[in-house]
Design a binder for this molecule. Structure first.
Ligand code: NAP
Length: 244
């Protein structure tokens, strides 16, 4: 029997990697996108293949239109079909107030987190049929605003929430569902990449459940939203934040 195909952007680390391994366990074949870390992408591919999936890795920066085109050319050539997009690739930048954030940082933040996600979703929308789904990875920052930390990142995720609702309306008549997950404080390397390796642990006391979350806890929500068990859900944004 043919396995459904899932494209995961930013699948070489953190939440995207957890989604890849869980998607393999749930019966998907996977196109695994990464930007720079081919070694980690290969390690996740190995884990997913050990769980029964066929996995193809594809390098590509989602903020570059030519890379998005190439990612989907590989999808078409290798799999010839798409059933789900986990629109996960995203970046943060070091903690700063708006007055200290320059134009180049704003442009990069929105190029990756917003324009990149929208271009990836556009190409998915051209290929998905009834039963297909797009899961955008937002952030609790979209609700909180992240003043004094990174309002640029928070605003980019606010855009993802709005985009999720709008695109869900466009694709619902085709039987394609579009949803978002808002992770809270999740233990991944993104905090170190933003210059604050201990950030999640440091802020854990602000979470009603008094702990950080794991990438697997986000992947569980993503894979559930993709599944037929969520067949009457679209346009929704699910907080996976321990109550924060
Ligand atoms: P992560 O561990 O830093 O992983 C990010 C992944 O995205 C990596 O595979 C990275 O690839 C890839 N990536 C980055 N920029 C890319 C680009 N321009 N094109 C393609 N791939 C790119 O981050 P994470 O914590 O798993 O975050 C995943 C998503 O969850 C992001 O959208 C993030 O905003 C969101 N989120 C995370 C948290 C959290 O606490 N961790 C909370 C809320 C929301 P390379 O390593 O190969 O460059």
């Amino acid at each position: 029997m043919t396995r459904p195909v899932c494209l995961i952007s930013g699948g070489s680390a953190g939440i995207g990697a957890a989604c890849a391994v869980l998607a393999a366990k749930k019966g998907y074949d996977i196109l695994l996108n990464y930007r720079s870390d081919a070694h980690s992408a290969q390690a996740i591919k190995d884990q997913a293949e050990a769980n029964g999936a066929r996995v193809v890795c594809v390098q590509g920066d989602v903020s570059l239109p030519e890379d998005v085109t190439r990612i989907y050319e590989v999808l078409d050539a290798e799999f010839g079909a798409l059933h789900a997009l986990v629109n996960n690739a995203g970046i943060v930048a070091p903690k700063a107030k708006l007055v200290d954030i320059d134009h180049a940082r704003l442009v990069k933040m929105f190029a990756v987190n917003v324009v990149g996600s929208m271009m990836m979703a556009k190409e998915a929308a051209l290929r998905l049929g009834a039963g297909g789904s797009i899961i955008n990875i937002s952030s609790a920052a979209a609700r909180i605003g992240s003043g004094n930390q990174y309002v640029d990142y928070a605003a980019s995720k606010g855009a993802i929430d709005t985009f999720t609702k709008g695109l869900s309306d466009e694709l619902a008549p085709k039987g394609v569902r579009v949803m978002a997950v808002r992770p809270g404080l999740i233990e991944t390397d993104i905090h170190a990449k933003g210059g604050e390796p201990g950030r999640a642990q440091r802020l854990a006391h602000m979470v009603p459940m008094e702990r950080t979350g794991s990438a697997l806890e986000i992947a569980n929500a993503v894979l559930w939203l993709m599944s037929d068990e969520a067949s009457y859900i679209t346009g929704s944004t699910l907080d996976v934040t321990g109550g924060r």
